[in-house]
Design a protein around this ligand. Structure first.
Ligand code: SF4
Ligand code: SF4
Length: 454
């Protein structure tokens, strides 16, 4: 599909860069969410940005679904996603950290497992108590960022915010889990968004949905109309805005510009222009935490690509292994060449099937040679495509040239610290240069330098 496709649409969008990769959503968009509970779960204790949680259980501890099994001191908790017996606490694989402390639980459901019924008076709880519930439920950004949600919603003193943006863009190719949530659990998305609006004290909420998900936009509009949010206390005006289908529409700065016309300043957060952004799955998790005192124990993810026999949208306990998901989905096809955790633009390649689903895992892709590039990369031909595609106006071509001669700490001049690793540059490069990887390595070099000088 043409990279210039998006320029012809009149729908709202961001002003700079972006690409339109083939969508591949047809593989799973019409498949309802299915539940899958494996025999064992493997829970890395690092499930959110920031310090790791400390395990609170040991081998042979009996746990009930929802028990706290690890906690970041003063921060978010990790809960048992299933009832059962702890089989071990040991070093094991982690999707992005390589290794972590992993708690293994053998699933043994019981008749007295907690059911998390609705708490009376949940709508009228004080804001401070709602924030505590979100923290204690271990809610983090489920769109992939895994930033602790209570910290994002506890606004700094003096912050002036007037708009909540709910991100239903799901702009990564293949992924359809947020789309299915908007279709199947629209009431929970809307009520969760209303609670978040109440917590941050705004009366205006805009839900952004790309125009390749029109049924979800329509369903959300119907649900909003049916719930009568203007008459609730506090009243919230909730609007669904359909944006152009254009990657990375779902990244915070781009979405804020598309929906409000406001430009988030360089190095700043949406808060700087009066906006807080949350993802649709995170809105549901906030509702579960406040209304039902239900922690984050499971998540919906898309299992897709032409390298898996039976693509699906699955709801799985956190800690479900890739190996168990592969077996549940009928195994690989013969032409599988790559497995990714996340979408094809921002996901990570994994080589180890022991890796398990964390709170931030939105997809698991099995790609064939026809679906992914495994071509050896070539020298830069100075075509400028990557610069045109970068939504932040950076110079990934120059960064890559400096990286190739071992000068990572001279790349700040080309904007490396502003890079949010969307992958538009790599996607658009005719020489197949791993531009986003060069950016990642350069950023890591700066982080190391900052740690040394502290
Ligand atoms: S990965 Fe970074 S450099 Fe590349 S397009 Fe995205 S923001 Fe720009
Ligand atoms: S797109 Fe690739 S070849 Fe073109 S300028 Fe960028 S790095 Fe060089």
């Amino acid at each position: 599909m043409s990279l210039l496709f998006w320029r012809k649409s009149a729908l709202p969008t961001f002003s700079r860069g972006g690409v339109h990769p083939d969508e591949h959503k047809e593989l799973t968009e019409n498949l309802p969410i299915e539940d899958f509970i494996p025999t064992n779960v493997y829970l890395p204790v690092s499930q959110s940005l920031g310090p790791s949680a400390e395990p609170l259980v040991a081998k042979a501890t009996k746990v009930k679904r929802g028990d706290v099994i690890a906690r970041v001191p003063g921060g978010v908790s990790l809960h048992a996603p299933v009832s059962g017996i702890v089989k071990g606490v040991a070093t094991g694989p982690h999707a992005s950290l390589v290794y972590d402390t992993v708690i293994t639980i053998q699933t043994k459901p019981g008749d007295d497992d907690p059911q998390f019924p609705e708490q009376p008076g949940w709508q009228a709880l004080p804001v401070a108590q709602m924030l505590e519930s979100i923290r204690d439920a271990g809610v983090v950004g489920l769109g992939g960022a895994a930033f602790p949600t209570y910290r994002k919603l506890a606004l700094p003193k003096g912050a002036k915010v007037d708009t909540l943006v709910i991100n239903g863009s799901e702009c990564e190719p293949y992924l359809t889990c947020d789309y299915r949530l908007m279709l199947e659990e629209s009431e929970k998305v809307v009520l969760g968004s209303w609670l978040i609006a109440k917590i941050i004290g705004v009366a205006n909420c805009v839900i952004g949905v790309e125009d390749n998900k029109q049924p979800a936009a329509e369903k959300m509009r119907q649900t909003i109309a049916g719930l009568g949010l203007e008459k609730m206390e506090p009243p919230v005006k909730m609007t669904v805005v359909v944006t152009q289908t254009r990657y990375p529409q779902g990244s915070e700065k781009q979405l804020v510009q598309s929906l409000t016309g406001r430009l988030v300043p360089k190095g700043g957060l949406p808060l700087a222009v009066g906006v807080v952004v949350q993802n649709v799955a995170t809105a549901i998790a906030c509702l579960d935490a406040i209304r039902n005192a239900k922690p984050v124990m499971e998540r919906v993810l898309t299992v897709s690509g032409r390298g898996i026999q039976s693509p699906r949208n699955l709801r799985v306990p956190i800690g479900t292994s890739v190996e168990d998901i592969v077996a549940h989905c009928g195994g690989y096809t013969n032409d599988l060449v790559k497995i990714l955790l996340g979408g094809p633009m921002m996901g990570r390649t994994i080589a180890d099937l022991d890796v398990s689903v964390t709170k931030g895992t939105s997809g698991l892709l099995f790609l064939t040679a026809a679906e992914t590039s495994i071509t050896r990369y070539q020298p830069c031909i100075s075509c400028g495509e990557c610069v045109d595609a970068c939504p932040m106006g950076l110079e990934p071509n120059r960064v890559s040239q400096y990286m190739e001669v071992g000068r990572p700490l001279e790349t700040e001049q080309f904007g490396v610290k502003e890079c949010f690793e969307c992958g538009c540059c790599s996607y658009s490069c005719p020489s197949h240069r791993p531009l986003v990887q060069f950016m990642q390595v350069a950023k890591a070099a700066y982080r190391r330098q900052e740690r040394k000088t502290k």
